[in-house]
Design a protein around this ligand. Structure first.
Ligand SMILES: [Fe+2]
Length: 348
């Protein structure tokens, strides 16, 4: 496995670049906007293809590079289901996984620092975001933070992992880089408490100043979606009603870009075909299924995904590969469901 810990000195943020092998797919967790070029250079030097970019939670102290990385690489943006960020292309919940070639990050919901805080687990290590730091824990006094929820997340989820599980935090202010669950259980001063109430007393008594970037970073991190704004007005962007009006004569085909896990959990639009976003190039190139459908069968392709972000990017990719008459469903299957349209279970 390739595992890189990168540091932003301004906000003391750790960013993680992970891949199963040189030349393979990569995921970046908790990126910082100012380092976008550095990430892209490193990906290029290591011959890695960035396929997913993930934030553990909505950050208040720096602007995420998720939007910039998505714009530059067309990668999928991922956060937890509770996130208010419109950049999110794929939302995950407790017990699900974030998969790339050769690697699977287990998703653990660890609210407390914020209500959208998640920890991601590989077999021997966890990325804890701002839930658990080395000899500290993330503050709980804003963004729907809750010390009792954080106690539960740390004591009933993270500290129950094997003692030698490595802990990679989202920040460090003192030069530490990695710890273990056993070490934190024994030496983290905030965890030497006898009850949740005692932990809450510590957290409620911290009286910390707000992060200097907070008023800028939180709104910025919530509004960097690609499918929003002008994109929704583009001629290739269709609302649910427009899809219904245009697709009466069987000349359209709806194309589901989501992953198998999302299809199983949220259902599919009846009659749609499946072309996972990560494999889109194969479907669109000469001889590919979607190319054949569009050019030989004369079908109009309408992409959809969870919220309309991957599908908007897929239109651009397809047009770039010379495919004409491609569209996407604004708001994805989420909008489809909200409009009261039929959904069916995904067949295996
Ligand atoms: Fe944070």
């Amino acid at each position: 496995m390739l595992f890189r810990q990168l540091f932003d000195a301004e906000s003391c943020t750790y960013t993680y670049l992970i891949a199963s092998r040189p030349g393979g797919e990569a995921v970046i967790v908790d990126s910082v906007l100012e380092h976008t070029d550095q990430y892209l250079r490193l990906l290029n030097e290591l011959d890695l293809k960035l396929v997913k970019v993930v934030d553990t939670h909505t950050h208040a102290d720096h602007i995420t590079a998720m939007g910039a990385l998505r714009d530059r690489t067309k990668c999928v943006t991922v956060m937890g289901a509770e996130s208010a960020a419109d950049v999110v292309s794929m939302r995950v919940r407790e017990g699900e996984s974030i998969d790339i070639e050769g690697l699977s990050l287990e998703v653990i919901y660890t609210p407390g620092h914020t209500d959208d805080s998640y920890t991601f687990r590989l077999p021997d290590r966890i990325l804890t975001g701002d839930t658990l730091f080395i000899r500290g824990t993330g503050r709980t006094d804003f963004q729907n933070g809750d010390p009792l929820a954080q106690y539960d997340s740390i004591f009933n989820k993270l500290l129950r992992l094997p003692e030698d599980t490595r802990v990679y935090p989202g920040h460090d202010y003192k030069g530490e880089t990695v710890s273990t669950i056993g070490e934190e259980r024994r030496y983290n001063p905030r965890l030497q408490v006898s009850s949740a109430a005692a932990y809450a007393d510590i957290m409620n008594g911290l009286n910390l100043a707000n992060p200097k970037m907070m008023d800028v970073a939180v709104p910025a991190n919530q509004k960097i979606g690609a499918a929003q704004g002008d994109g929704a007005q583009a001629p290739w962007a269709l609302t649910v009603a427009e899809v219904q009006n245009r697709c009466t004569g069987g000349d359209c085909v709806l194309v589901d870009l989501r992953e198998e896990s999302e299809r199983r959990q949220h259902g599919v639009i009846p009659g749609s075909v499946h072309a996972p976003y990560g494999e889109l190039d194969d479907f669109v190139r000469t001889g590919g299924l979607l190319r054949e459908m569009a050019e030989k069968a004369g079908r109009r392709l309408i992409y959809y995904c969870a919220y309309g972000e991957r599908s908007a990017l897929a239109v651009q990719t397809s047009e770039g590969m010379g495919l004409k008459d491609v569209y996407h469903l604004v708001g994805g299957i989420d909008a489809w469901k909200k409009a009261g349209q039929d959904i069916e279970n995904a067949s295996a």
